[in-house]
Write a protein that binds this ligand. Structure first.
Ligand code: CFM
Length: 529
């Protein structure tokens, strides 16, 4: 029996039937189909979050000049505040409210008699104290259950205060994971914000989508892009702002880092404004080089291409010695990588470069296209849960529609390997023999850990400590623990250093429960010791 079968064999027949579709072993033959984006089994310790977490926690929360009011009990606001490490900095033109956690703090009486009054009061206070240009309201579970009309309150407040007020019906229970919340947030930003600004278009301007500035990743990517000569109109949404987002439609090209959380905006902007998008990955040296060259090739200016090559060479030069050292320390190690919906793929290239093989991997809430590539999208079954999430249709904006290239030129660029409106998914880079578990749970994590014995385990706070207690070092790939950035050239060096430190720390060999080596109960029976 191989490892996959050994783990699945421990389930009862009902659960086995479900999980066997989600756990697969990569073998080079036929393209493999995985079950994804379906309901987790009740009672299983899944690592997923909720719809509200995807909307407020991931997409709208990082917008720094927005007062994000969480309409609900205090815990929902508190636990989506700060822990994701989406860094932001205000300046003389842009306010930064990310240091505050805004909540209506619903109590039992609000649940019984309705919470709209309290929400109106919260908006009033926020306007009086902080004077924001934009407020976003996110619903938590009880709000949906009692039927507070947050959209009506938003519309009324918008008139009353003359500012933008958006409401998101992203109750935690909607959909099967945080993925539904991404979609809801994308819809709101697209409907009410993108395209409302009047900035003048600039040369070689881009939007960076699906980059949330975790541990400063976005800042590092922006530094490189600006060095080459691009004008970054907006970043969605790490260290992003309402002020920048309004003008996103003026850019020439959308770069998509996290496909899972934001492909909706990329697609809608293509339809509405004619803007192409390309899939990029700024994690791992080979990926960064390819992404930067792809962007320059898209614009097609020889000067820009030359400048890109020069910047790549200089940036590589800076980290070369360090990377070679860490590579010599890490070569031959094995890793498990379990993240949300795109990082698992993003880190494979960097790990490979360092000589680390990914033997176990998975997503919490990826869809089939995140594993198998966008070609499978037409064949994905729409079920009741996905229908529960609104999918909006946008139409051409005649006034702002522009295309950078002719359809012929686009075909030519695609044929040259530029991933225009394309994403190949995790399958493109995962090693033969690796085990993939979709919507991974704690039971499978522990069982595979015992069988496959990776040298390092990349995951999040929910399983970090179980893994470490079993003697395997773990780094959080969601928050980077207290480190970062990991994106860009300098980020790659930070990453290599952190995982070298983790794997060479002798403490992991000393982690053993005391009762495994010495008796913890001492007693006597009938006078005998
Ligand atoms: Fe995109 Fe993300 Fe991810 Fe994600 Fe996330 Fe995250 Fe993630 Mo945690 S937006 S899908 S919902 S890359 S918070 S910054 S690390 S699970 S793999």
């Amino acid at each position: 029996m191989d490892s996959r079968d050994k783990v699945l064999d421990k389930y009862n027949s009902k659960i086995y039937k479900n999980r066997k579709e989600h756990v697969i072993e990569i073998d080079g033959g036929e393209p493999q189909v995985i079950a994804a984006d379906t309901r987790a089994i009740p009672g299983i310790m899944t690592n997923r979050g909720c719809c509200y977490a995807g909307c407020k926690g991931v997409v709208t929360g990082p917008l720094k000049d927005v007062v994000n009011i969480v309409h609900g009990p205090i815990g929902c606001a508190y636990y989506t505040w700060g822990t994701r490490r989406n860094k932001a900095k205000g300046d003389e033109n842009t306010k930064d409210f990310t240091q505050y956690s805004f909540s209506t703090d619903m109590q039992e009486t609000d649940i019984v008699f309705g919470g709209e009054k309290k929400l109106r009061q919260a908006i009033k206070e926020a306007v009086e104290i902080f004077n924001p240009e934009c407020i976003m309201i996110s619903s938590t579970c009880p709000v949906g259950l009692i039927g507070d009309d947050i959209h009506a309150v938003a519309a009324e407040s918008e008139k009353l205060y003359g500012i933008k007020v958006l409401a998101f019906s992203c109750e935690g229970y909607k959909g099967v994971s945080q993925s539904g919340g991404h979609h809801i947030a994308n819809n709101g930003l697209m409907k009410y914000i993108i395209g409302t600004g009047d900035a003048e278009p600039q040369k070689y301007s881009i939007n960076l989508l699906g980059e949330y500035n975790i541990g400063g990743d976005g800042w590092e990517v922006e530094r490189i892009l600006k060095r080459i000569g691009y004008h970054v109109v907006s970043v969605m949404t790490g260290d992003g702002s309402y002020a920048d987002l309004k003008n996103a439609h003026t850019a020439d090209l959308n770069l998509v880092q996290c496909h899972r959380s934001i492909n909706y905006i990329a697609e809608m902007m293509k339809t509405k404004y004619g803007m192409d998008w390309i899939k990029v990955n700024f994690i791992g040296l080979e990926s960064i080089k390819k992404s930067l060259m792809d962007i320059a090739t898209y614009f097609g200016d020889p000067e820009l291409l030359a400048r890109t090559e020069a910047v790549i060479a200089e940036e590589l030069d800076e980290i070369e010695e360090g990377m070679a050292y860490y590579k010599s320390k890490l070569d031959g190690k094995k890793a498990a990588v379990y993240v949300g919906g795109s990082r698992t793929h993003h880190y494979i290239n960097l790990l490979k470069y360092l000589g680390v093989d990914v033997i176990l991997a998975g997503y919490e809430f990826g869809h089939r296209d995140d594993y198998e590539g966008r070609d499978v999208i037409p064949s994905i079954k729409i079920d009741a849960d996905s229908k529960n999430i609104e999918s909006i249709t946008v139409t051409k904006d005649e006034a702002n529609y522009k295309t950078f290239h002719t359809p012929e030129k686009i075909e030519e660029l695609k044929a040259a390997g530029i991933p225009i409106e394309d994403y190949q998914g995790l399958w493109a880079d995962i090693s033969e023999g690796a085990i993939i578990t979709d919507d991974f749970n704690h039971f499978e994590t522990e069982e595979f850990l015992k069988l496959l014995k990776p040298d390092i385990f990349f995951s999040g706070i929910k399983d970090k400590f179980i893994v470490q207690k079993s003697g395997v070092p773990s780094r959080q790939l969601h928050s980077y623990d207290y480190s970062g950035p990991y994106a860009g050239f300098r980020g790659a060096l930070n990453f290599a250093k952190d995982i070298t430190m983790a794997t060479y720390t002798p403490v992991w060999n000393m982690v053993q429960a005391p009762w495994k080596s010495e008796p913890t109960l001492v007693g006597s029976l009938g006078g005998m010791e």
